[in-house]
Ligand binder design. Sequence first.
Ligand SMILES: Cc1ncc(COP(=O)(O)O)c(C=O)c1O
Length: 472
Amino acid sequence: MSPEEFRKYAHELVDWMAGYMENVEKYPVKSSVRPGEIFDRLPGHPPEKPETFEALMKDFEEIIMPGITHWQSPNFYAYFPANTSPPSILAEMIISTLSAQCMMWETSPAAAELEEKMMIWLRDLIGLPPYFEGVIQDTASTSTLAAILTAREKKTGFRINDEGAGRAGTLRVYCSGQTHSSVDKAVKISGIGRNNLVKVPVRDDFSMDPVKLREAVENDISRGFIPCCVIATLCTTGTTAVDPLRAIGEICTEKDIWLHVDAAMGGTALILPEFQWMLDGREFIDSFVFNPHKWMFTNFDCSAFFIKEPGYLIKTFEILPEYLKTRSRGKVNDYRDWGVPLGRRFRALKLWSVIRMYGVDGLREKIRYHIKIASRLAELISREPDFEILAPVIINVVCFRYRPEGGNDESINRLNETLNHLLNDSGKIYLTHTVINGKYTLRMVTGQTNVTTEHVEKAWDLIKSTARALQT
Ligand SMILES: Cc1ncc(COP(=O)(O)O)c(C=O)c1O
């Protein structure tokens, strides 16, 4: 493709992109294709001869688009937001055009230095202490794995890296039963072993009970286990519960345990001064992750990982083959040593673009609005006697269920599950569920970039009428 042809197609594509943004609400939010439907429509073999961009776009519209779930629709209330925004998309276009491999400073000094600066901006924005340093990882799952591996190495004097887990003793990791499954995965693959992940009971508000954490740690020590790491969550996936950092941190310091904080979605709320209470006890934190690719208008992937003493992280991951030796080593940040992958994308550019083009005020305004919409939804739900809210509404998630008179626990669970499927199959909105104390719970997240109060009020009317029609 010549630059001239590229220019033509790229202009057409930008028109398509702007049209998509304008019309995203017209698509069914959740794709309704059958398993295998898209696969069966794709040819079994690649084309022998080059095809045109027009042919590609035609098939994209006809075959691929029906199988897309529209995460950027303001009617998307499922899982968590995976936001994008025009500033992020524009930066992503530059990133893919440059396609720089940002594995270390020398392979693109601007990428390394912009990343270093963006992590300082973000650190200060969310209120982490100034001694934290940051690195962009692909996901919170990777960040948490990096934290657990670093905690493991610190605890064992870097022996597992060298000798394997054989003689290191049995390490233990602690989190609450509400913690995201990425922690289970990280513990499972870290060599610590899934059986050594202790799920600490939660309090009534679904946050970790520090009294139970202390009991679990002391019980483990008396049995000869080695407490290694605690994962506290700021805004859990199911109900956005906030684990009490100070109480947890005091135990960690006393028992010499690494404290990792998972604030994958909720971390964005820390840019608001009124949510700084979540970080009370910040001085106890060893590592911290939050995902601008969830709720901060930066398209996937972009996970901000902060660490109090990066030396431990680097010592855990660094490896220095001859072909990666550089003259700048030791004077600059070579981020390939700060995590698993060698190859790295130029993700800092997206953050730079988003933070500059929204401005801190713009980001705060939007996040505050999303939180206000969640409160509005909670208010609407609590007015209806046949609905109930099942968890405190803290940021942008509302957990509720339909509970008409006369049903038992089982029938009400079935009713809510049917309601969830009916709503999603309508294509008008998309929400997902969790189970709270045995109750099938609808979970609505009001964090999509362009969601408004009007969208949520309309969605709520649909939920109410669909539920009540079910009953009669
Ligand atoms: C609290 C929490 N931690 C971790 C994750 C995993 O995030 P990622 O997809 O970036 O690995 C999620 C995703 O929902 C989450 O809610």
